[in-house]
Design a protein around this ligand. Structure first.
Ligand SMILES: Cc1cc2nc3c(=O)[nH]c(=O)nc-3n(C[C@H](O)[C@H](O)[C@H](O)COP(=O)(O)O)c2cc1C
Length: 175
């Protein structure tokens, strides 16, 4: 287990994976991280769809025009849904849960990457959310925030470069 400060620095987006499946224990730990995340009013305005079926993962990799191709090689995809009927701030709830799942995966030595679905379109202009719903039989009232692709790292990545942190984005006492 990483020291938290170090975990933040070694976490990078991983888009190359080995063929090794993600074990049940690791999957449970990742899902736990999502379910334990803080949410507005404790309403948990999200749901997760765990996908390991190769044909479905391949189909998900075509849900949008750019930035999802690599998903086809991931052994595990968690689709993060938002529930507008449960919470008006489902985007925030689902984003916090997604972030904690990515951090948990890194802590387990696995690689992961966020793939945006909401607001994205495929090559012929169809909604990436609708494409994702079609692959997984997701009801139309559920929103699709993102895919989280996970697997054993296919390559190592350098930790974050602390010198490139944008401290100029921080304001104190007034803008
Ligand atoms: C809201 C959001 C959307 C993202 N969408 C994608 C995506 O569609 N495809 C992708 O390959 N990476 C995506 N990423 C990962 C970013 O590209 C990555 O976090 C960024 O380049 C910084 O790299 P790092 O995660 O290694 O620090 C997304 C990240 C966030 C937070």
């Amino acid at each position: 287990m990483e020291d938290f400060s170090n975990l933040l620095s070694v976490r990078r987006s991983h888009r190359q994976f080995t063929d090794e499946p993600v074990g049940e224990e690791a999957l449970t730990a990742i899902l736990r991280a999502g379910l334990i995340a803080p949410s507005s009013k404790g309403l948990h305005g999200y749901e997760f769809v765990v996908v390991t079926d190769r044909a479905k993962i391949e189909a998900l990799s075509h849900c949008k025009a750019l930035g999802a191709e690599f998903v086809k090689d991931a052994p595990l995809v968690i689709v993060v849904l938002g529930l507008p009927e449960v919470s008006d701030v489902w985007i925030e709830d689902a984003s916090v849960a997604s972030t904690l799942m990515l951090l948990e995966a890194e802590d387990l030595g696995l690689g992961g990457c966020w793939v945006q679905v909401r607001q994205r379109k495929d090559k012929v202009g169809r909604s990436a959310e609708d494409n994702t719903r079609r692959v997984l039989d997701i009801p139309s009232e559920k929103r699709v925030l993102n895919l989280l692709a996970f697997g054993h790292k296919g390559m190592e990545r350098r930790p974050q470069n602390e010198e490139r942190l944008r401290w100029d984005k921080v304001h104190t006492d007034k803008w």
